[in-house]
Design a binder for this molecule. Structure first.
Ligand code: NAD
Length: 416
């Protein structure tokens, strides 16, 4: 196991969790080697003429990890941390996630190393179009279907769809998470946060938890919608954060008002009616539920001892390092893993793809009902394995995902 001193990479983390599950499943070395390596990685240069006349050179990536269960599927991240290491790890996580919730996709991830918050809207559009045109040869509605992730949104998906369509004709099913007017699914925008609240509801009764004091790191698409749904359930959200810092009010924060505030792209640190704390301090507040919903690697061997939450729900991808997970396990704090907690997004992306292919629209009730059914089934499966085998929730979730991918890889004859 890599020590915290020799900085753990995102791939180290995901590979470690894979190894633990593979050992439980007693998979052969041969199949482990096949499953761990990505199928294809592409790196492209993305030159962008900024509005001030300067030419900035960015690097973009798409990693297709495993496609044995269906077309590659995964988000596009425009963020300073989105390098090949990060994207590679996130692509593998998508493989285990789509398999855990049993939807017919493989796993992929992409991104551009840039700070989307610093780009003007028209610069973001140019960047998206250049990046899409450079990777479009490996995309396709039956090949690889992008979706939003950090720094990207429904508008970015609309530009991607349009750019792809210039070469291939109108193809709404090439991306998910599009605006509803362009064939996006009702419920997709809020699906990841909504799904997080569905998993939390199951866990509250299963693990006898409370939601009187909830802390959420990250108030973008996932964090803000999770907060809205949790508030509707009667939870009190006492702290939230964004890129610039965190705000805390032990009496509860007005989530509806702050949702509007963030939608206007105003930093939470400008909000007056709460205490200002840092993005590190927010993780260490005393609370019932801690929900990391921003970047990866924030709960580590260094700070896990100071975490004062009764349970952690990983709405972000890969927020906990290997040593962070070990410290939390020793302290008996349950960690509900990313591939379960944030799977609502890719489930409704699947519904969007199906609706586009069938040229048919589902209503909100159908989307919500079918997403809940899939999530609750996956939750029960994971919880049952966790309890019966006495293993972590993460290992249980990985076991379900990895075993399905191992089976389809074998059936396709990839090992012969
Ligand atoms: P987003 O860009 O909409 O929001 C990200 C939030 O994190 C913002 O509040 C931003 O200010 C904050 N942030 C960015 N960098 C930060 C940093 N260095 N420190 C602290 N906060 C920072 O992104 P999102 O779509 O909400 O994604 C959040 C997480 O959820 C990511 O880990 C993503 O991979 C995961 N996720 C997203 C989806 C989806 O459907 N969007 C699905 C599954 C998982």
């Amino acid at each position: 196991m890599p020590s915290e001193q020799k900085k753990e990479s995102p791939t180290d983390t995901v590979s470690h969790f894979f190894d633990v599950a593979a050992k439980q499943l007693d998979l052969s070395e041969e199949i482990c080697q096949t499953l761990i390596k990505p199928y294809r990685e592409i790196t492209v240069e993305v030159p962008l003429r900024r509005n001030n006349g300067q030419l900035d050179l960015y690097t973009g990536y798409r990693v297709q990890h495993n496609g044995s269960r269906g077309p590659y599927k995964g988000g596009m991240r425009f963020h300073p941390t989105a390098d090949i290491e990060d994207v590679r790890a996130l692509a593998a996580l998508m493989t285990w996630k789509t398999a855990l919730v049993n939807i017919p996709f493989g796993g992929a991830k992409g991104g551009v190393t840039c700070n989307a918050l610093e780009l003007e809207r028209n610069e973001l559009e140019r960047l998206t179009r250049i990046f899409t045109s450079k990777i479009s040869l490996i995309l396709g509605p039956q090949r690889d279907i992008p979706a939003p992730d950090m720094g990207t949104d429904a508008q970015v998906m609309a530009w991607m769809m349009d750019e792809y369509g210039k070469r291939h004709g109108h193809t709404p099913e090439i991306v998910t998470g599009k605006p509803i007017e362009l064939g996006g699914s009702i419920g997709r925008n809020e699906a990841t946060g909504h799904g997080t609240s569905v998993i939390i509801t199951e866990a509250i009764s299963d693990f006898n938890l409370s939601c009187d004091k909830v802390v959420i790191q990250g108030f973008g698409n996932v964090g803000s919608h999770a907060a809205l749904y949790l508030e509707k359930m009667g939870a009190k959200i006492i702290a939230i954060s964004d890129y610039y810092g965190a705000i805390h009010n032990p009496n509860g924060l007005p989530i509806q008002e702050l949702f509007q505030y963030a939608a206007e792209r105003r930093p939470l640190t400008d909000y007056d009616d709460a205490d200002q704390i840092s993005n590190q301090e927010i993780l260490e507040l005393e609370c019932d539920l801690l929900i990391p919903a921003a970047i990866g690697g924030v709960i580590t061997g260094e700070n896990a001892n100071r975490i004062q939450a009764s349970a952690i729900f990983e709405a972000a991808n890969s927020p906990t390092t290997i040593s962070g997970e070990q410290v939390l396990a020793n302290r008996g704090i349950p960690v509900f893993p990313d591939i379960l907690v944030n799977a609502g997004g890719v489930i409704v992306s699947y519904f969007e793809w199906v609706q586009n292919i069938q040229q048919f629209r589902w209503d909100a009730n159908r989307v919500e009902k079918e997403m809940k059914e899939i999530l609750v089934k996956a939750y029960k499966n994971v919880s049952e394995i966790h309890k019966s085998k006495g293993i972590s929730l993460r290992t249980a979730a990985f076991m379900v995902g990895v075993s399905r991918v191992a089976k389809s890889t074998e059936l396709r004859g990839y090992l012969t």
